[in-house]
Design a binder for this molecule. Structure first.
Ligand SMILES: [Zn+2]
Length: 300
């Protein structure tokens, strides 16, 4: 079966990409990886891997369908048509792809942490009302709308995918109305030239290991593999304070994951939406200005 790009989430009441499903699951806004359907018919879809902690995750999250679309499902037709059009206009892909971008919000809406409990109340109050609403939301759904994200988690999964597909220059992220390509947003620390770093925050990434701070209980330090050019023998580090962990809505999950990384994991890639700071006399180059853990993640 063809790859499924989007599915309707019964819990979130919207059609979303699998990367968004992963973000919602991690935030505790959805709880059942099987509660998805085709955007236009009742074909059941599972969001594979969204329930895995990163340590266990062997593949990036993806949608899997069980069975076939209903006869005449308009979504299935739409996807088939799109694929044909895409093949015909291969030389002119830019205009097609340029219409899509992912929006990264630097702050979460105030209502965010309550979304899940509100939905549950609604469902208990009036199941029929919710079903009717679901139907209308599904009916009014249109493809290729912009995806809104509140953490870099989905962007990382997408970046890995686009890198494999050689599309990082064609895909865009929008932050505060500014567009930046995945290519420019993601900076491999091994290739980052210290004489040519952005004044703005970027997502820096690289292999490294994480250790518990000896000085301050509850703090962690990530030491990246040497890589940044133009500074020999300088190591790049990122400090994750107990404060920043505790401020996260999902702090318990974070501590469990970070602890398990400290114990045994090697070959971990860390990602952070940060700036680069250095002191002339200091031993390290720091990734600085990490706002909160929505802007940090790792992959194994
Ligand atoms: Zn369908």
């Amino acid at each position: 079966m063809a790859k499924i790009e989007e599915a309707y989430s019964l819990e979130y009441d919207d059609v979303i990409e699998v990367e968004k499903a992963y973000e919602l699951f991690w935030d505790g806004q959805i709880a059942d990886k099987r509660a998805f359907e085709c955007p236009k018919c009742s074909l059941q879809i599972t969001a594979a891997n969204i329930d895995k902690v990163r340590v266990e995750m062997k593949n990036t999250p993806h949608f899997k369908a069980y069975g076939e679309h209903e006869f005449g499902c308009s979504y299935e037709l739409e996807v088939l048509n799109e694929r044909n059009t895409k093949n015909e206009t291969k030389n002119n892909q830019q205009s097609y792809i340029g219409s899509q971008s992912d929006a990264l919000f630097l702050e979460r809406p105030k209502t965010h942490r309550y979304v899940r409990s509100n939905q549950y109340i609604k469902r208990e109050e009036n199941q029929n009302e919710l079903l009717r609403k679901n139907k209308s939301k599904k009916e009014s759904y249109q493809k290729k709308k912009k995806s809104n994200y509140y953490s870099i988690k989905p962007l990382i999964s997408k970046f890995i995918r686009y890198k494999n597909e050689n599309k990082t220059k064609e895909k865009y992220i929008e932050i505060k109305k500014f567009k930046i390509s995945y290519e420019d947003m993601f900076n491999d620390l091994a290739c980052t030239d210290l004489n040519n770093i952005s004044n703005y925050k970027r997502i820096y990434y690289g292999g490294g290991n994480i250790v518990r701070s000896k000085k301050n209980k509850g703090d962690y330090i990530i030491f990246f593999e040497p890589g940044i050019t133009n500074k020999h023998n300088k190591q790049t580090a990122l400090y994750i304070s107990a404060k920043i962990i505790n401020e996260s809505l999902t702090n318990k999950k974070w501590i469990t994951e970070l602890e398990s990384l400290c114990e045994e994991e090697t070959g971990v890639k860390f990602f952070a939406y940060c700036k680069i700071s250095q002191t002339e006399t200091g031993k390290y180059i720091y990734l600085s200005s990490l706002s909160n853990l929505d802007f940090f993640d790792f992959r194994i």
